[in-house]
Design a protein around this ligand. Structure first.
Ligand code: ADP
Ligand code: MG
Length: 390
């Protein structure tokens, strides 16, 4: 559990007065639905019980001062002229969100902000979206702005696209804004509609960071994206009005797969089958069928490994270890691939034995130290402290 009093005291000591608001927004893990978002398909993430916290106090000028506890670094900018910082990436998330709100004609006053987080950064748990959404919501609180969660998510995504330079989908920001405690969200990336699905109380979600990151991830990602677009172009003459792989069924591929060259057929097969699995997974979880949910997660991993080819040895090792560990219903790589984390669905009463088996197994197989995170589904963005003064 994160200690709010630590952040409160640190704010008071640094800025010389106490915060008037503290907001939080969670990290997330995607249970299933990988590489479907940019194909207009479905994703099924859950918000974590780990979050990024922003303590804040309004100022009487147009200056924003931000201190990040993690980076032990301060940023200062003027709301009248917000520009990208070419040297320090972390400040661009905050500047980009402020700029995005102002661009929507939402007037902002200056603020003192202090940021802390218990979402590990760079592990694929979307500490970036947690930061953007928490900061955006903080500005809302300080300026009495009401935005729908979807709008806040779009402002946050816009900041990441334009100020940070990462062309991410909308999943991370949407779940950070709209997540519900005890639930995963089935999100339709085409129209941003979503449905909360309760996670059975007897289940735990365990995230294992492989510790591996590949520099090629960006170019490989772009190649896959382009491949999916090309597959749609080639299938169009046979299937008519399809806009994206979202509109293709497995039965269509069985009939018209020969229209695709050998390198594109497996890509299309992954996306099409993954969309079907994601919808089936939401049904399974809603029915409390953890066995079925686990089977779909394993099928997702196999498809990502063999058809989409975005797994790496360490992720495959983690999945193998998980499937042999106590209480595991299913396991898969989560996130874009080429490193990052796995997500496993585990019986709550076996979770300690599961974690121990994973740590031992990974050390033996790879020599790497594993720090599994046992997660329950947290809530989306919220205000966790408001002072009496204004
Ligand atoms: P992920 O979103 O998977 O954690 P990203 O590379 O997208 O990984 O985002 C991580 C970046 O977000 C960090 O390098 C930093 O720039 C920013 N960030 C995350 N948490 C904080 C924090 N507590 N304070 C300042 N910046 C942060
Ligand atoms: Mg990110």
């Amino acid at each position: 559990m994160y200690e709010l009093s630590t952040l409160y005291a640190a704010f008071e000591q640094y800025f010389g007065h106490p915060p008037t608001r503290i907001a939080r927004a969670p990290g997330r893990v995607n249970l299933i639905g990988e590489h479907t978002d940019y194909n207009d398909g479905f994703v099924f993430p859950m918000a974590l019980d780990r979050a990024t916290y922003v303590a804040a106090r309004p100022r009487n000028d147009q200056i924003v001062r931000v201190f990040s506890i993690k980076f032990r670094d301060e940023d200062q900018f003027d709301l009248q002229q917000i520009v990208r910082d070419e040297r320090r990436q972390w400040v661009n998330y905050i500047r980009g969100v402020a700029k995005g709100l102002l661009a929507r004609d939402l007037p902002l006053r200056g603020a003192d902000l202090m940021i802390d987080s218990d979402v590990p950064a760079g592990s694929g748990l979307s500490s970036s979206a947690a930061l953007e959404v928490a900061v955006g919501y903080t500005f809302q609180l300080l300026n009495n702005i009401n935005l729908l969660g979807e709008e806040l998510a779009l402002v946050a995504q816009g900041a990441e696209h334009t100020f940070v330079g990462v062309k991410c989908g909308i999943m991370d920001q949407l779940i950070a804004a709209l997540g519900e405690a005890g639930h995963a969200l089935l999100i339709d990336c085409r129209d941003l509609s979503y449905r909360p699905v309760p996670i059975p109380a007897e289940a735990r979600v365990v995230v294992c960071d492989s510790g591996v990151r590949h520099r090629l991830a960006g170019s490989e990602y772009n190649q896959r994206r382009a491949g999916c677009e090309e597959a749609v172009r080639l299938l169009k003459p046979a299937l008519g009005k399809i806009q994206a792989l979202r509109d293709v069924r497995s039965s269509d591929l069985a009939m018209y797969g020969h229209l695709l060259p050998p390198d594109l057929l497996p890509l299309a097969r992954h996306v099409v089958s993954e969309n079907e699995r994601t919808l089936a997974a939401a049904e399974a979880l809603a029915a409390g069928d953890l066995v079925k949910m686990g089977q779909l997660m394993v099928a997702s991993h196999v498809s990502l490994r063999d058809d989409y080819r975005v797994s790496v040895r360490e992720l495959d090792t983690l999945v193998d270890l998980a499937l042999a560990a106590p209480g595991c219903f299913g396991s898969r790589m989560t996130g874009g691939g080429f490193g990052g984390s796995t997500v496993s669905l585990v019986a709550a009463d076996h979770v300690d034995a599961f974690v121990a088996a994973m740590v031992d197994g990974y050390a033996i197989r790879t020599g790497r130290k594993l720090q599994p995170l046992v997660c329950t589904a947290g809530a989306g963005v919220s205000c966790v402290y408001a002072s009496e003064e204004e």
